[in-house]
Design a binder for this molecule. Structure first.
Ligand SMILES: [Zn+2]
Length: 303
């Protein structure tokens, strides 16, 4: 049986002060859940730490240097919402390297996923919204620069608009950004993607899937990407603390199945990153994030 490669690293879970509102523990628990479900019986692929040169493909050098030195201005640290400590910097570098590694594995094997990534609020000159570096923008630019890909499609289905990715890739017409999100949600000032679909509050499974069906196939046919980056954020879920939509677990599963099926039926490689998901119930959250890995495994068995 062919197994879908999964990239993971213990450094994906950084150390935060006690009681911090960000559910950092979900990263470690997700890797455990994925292993418990038998989806990683060949083991995880392990990334190293991204260099400042690699990260500077998508970010302003001065910001990268500030982060590496753990000396970002207080205002930026406040926007990020995480303390920019050695542990958080190591996490951001490992996560960026992980998304590049897993994208390479997807190009090789068709499907691959990382148990982190999707830091889509990371802009060129600043982090924001729990995102330090924009791993997907970095990976897309690196692969484009080395000629591994020409065209990529970023399918960002996190419930928040992908403002950072739009900013990092604004001068890259071959790296197409598509964000489908709750219109009234964070960020208030949205940086336009190549295509933004803002959804009304409280949307449920069927209407959501219908909106996705209206856009994804035509984008894939028009762009003919060499790689799809799928931000499979689970914050559109009805129990999410920060979402405004009302998807069920089954709706998320159908969404993930659909995105994978649309890419793979066209022989387009797809790489999944986990994106956002916010709940005090870490077990439920980790299981929700595992859905995309189950969907990839199910498709992987068919290929
Ligand atoms: Zn989000």
């Amino acid at each position: 049986m062919k197994q879908v490669p999964i990239v993971s690293h213990p450094a994906y879970e950084a150390v935060l002060p006690d009681g911090h509102r960000f559910p950092m523990r979900k990263y470690g628990r997700l890797a455990e859940v994925v292993a418990e479900k038998g989806l990683a019986s060949n083991g995880f692929a392990r990334p190293g730490e991204a260099s400042s040169e690699l990260i500077a493909l998508a970010h302003d050098r001065a910001y990268v240097d500030q982060v590496f030195a753990c000396s970002v201005p207080h205002e930026i640290e406040r926007r990020i919402g995480l303390p920019v400590s050695e542990s958080v910097v190591r996490r951001a570098r490992t996560s960026a390297a992980g998304t590049l590694l897993v994208a390479r594995l997807a190009l090789q094997h068709g499907l691959a996923g990382s148990t982190a990534g999707g830091s889509h609020h990371g802009q060129r000159e600043t982090g924001a919204g729990f995102c330090v570096f924009n791993d997907v923008a970095i990976a897309a630019k690196a692969l484009r620069a080395e000629g591994a890909i020409q065209h990529a499609l970023i399918v960002d289905l996190d419930v928040h608009q992908g403002d950072g990715t739009a900013d990092c890739l604004r001068d890259e017409p071959d790296l197409f950004t598509f964000s489908m999100h709750a219109e009234k949600n964070y960020p208030v000032r949205k940086i336009p993607s190549d295509l933004d679909i803002g959804l009304p509050d409280s949307m449920e499974d069927d209407a959501y899937l219908e909106a996705l069906r209206a856009h994804l196939p035509r984008l894939l046919d028009a762009i003919k990407p060499d790689l799809v980056f799928f931000n499979a954020g689970v914050d559109p879920h009805r129990d999410d603390k920060l979402g405004r939509l009302c998807l069920s677990d089954e709706g998320l599963r159908q969404r993930d199945d659909y995105v994978i099926e649309q890419a793979r039926s066209r022989q387009i490689p797809l790489v999944a990153v986990i994106g956002g998901g916010y709940s005090a119930d870490i077990e439920a959250l980790a299981r929700r994030h595992a859905i995309v890995f189950e969907a990839m495994a199910a498709w992987g068995e068919k290929e």
